[in-house]
Design a protein around this ligand. Structure first.
Ligand SMILES: [Zn+2]
Length: 144
């Protein structure tokens, strides 16, 4: 970036633009984290399945424990939260957290762990909201 304009109106416009970019990138960061965690969980499942198939143990073995930071398959199913992403990162409507069995989502949803759903709602209330139909905030212990 070279010289900035000297006048306040243009500087304010630039500042506003940058702040919007920062907000968008923070939101995107949360999505990417959620998505990464979902992929990690799927990968852990896939690897457990592969290991099970290729090793064919002669005696019963306990399955390997899941990685500490990956949501367990059972946990995902038990907590049952999904995120319905924004139409696109700049869309004014927030992404929505739903209960997994909610019928309101209009777009593809991704499963999220309970902690992640709560974190998204608490940390970025402007860009991630609770569905008004299934009200997942209630079971997440968030009520404002
Ligand atoms: Zn819902």
């Amino acid at each position: 970036m070279s010289a900035l304009p000297p006048d306040a109106p243009r500087l304010r416009a630039i500042l506003r633009h940058l702040e919007e970019q920062i907000a968008d990138n923070e939101t995107l960061g949360i999505y990417l984290h959620l998505q990464r965690d979902a992929v990690r969980a799927a990968l852990a499942r896939a690897e457990r399945k592969t290991a099970h198939r290729s090793q064919r143990p002669s005696r019963p073995r306990r399955p390997a424990p899941p990685p500490a930071d990956a949501p367990d398959r059972g946990e995902l199913r038990a907590t049952g939260y999904v995120i319905e992403p924004k139409r696109h990162p700049k869309h004014p409507k927030p992404a929505l957290i739903h209960l997994a069995d909610c019928t309101a989502p209009q777009r593809d949803t991704m499963p999220v762990a309970r902690d992640q759903a709560r974190l998204g709602l608490v940390k970025d209330a402007e860009h991630i909201a609770a569905c008004e139909v299934c009200a997942p905030g209630t079971s997440l212990g968030i009520e404002d």
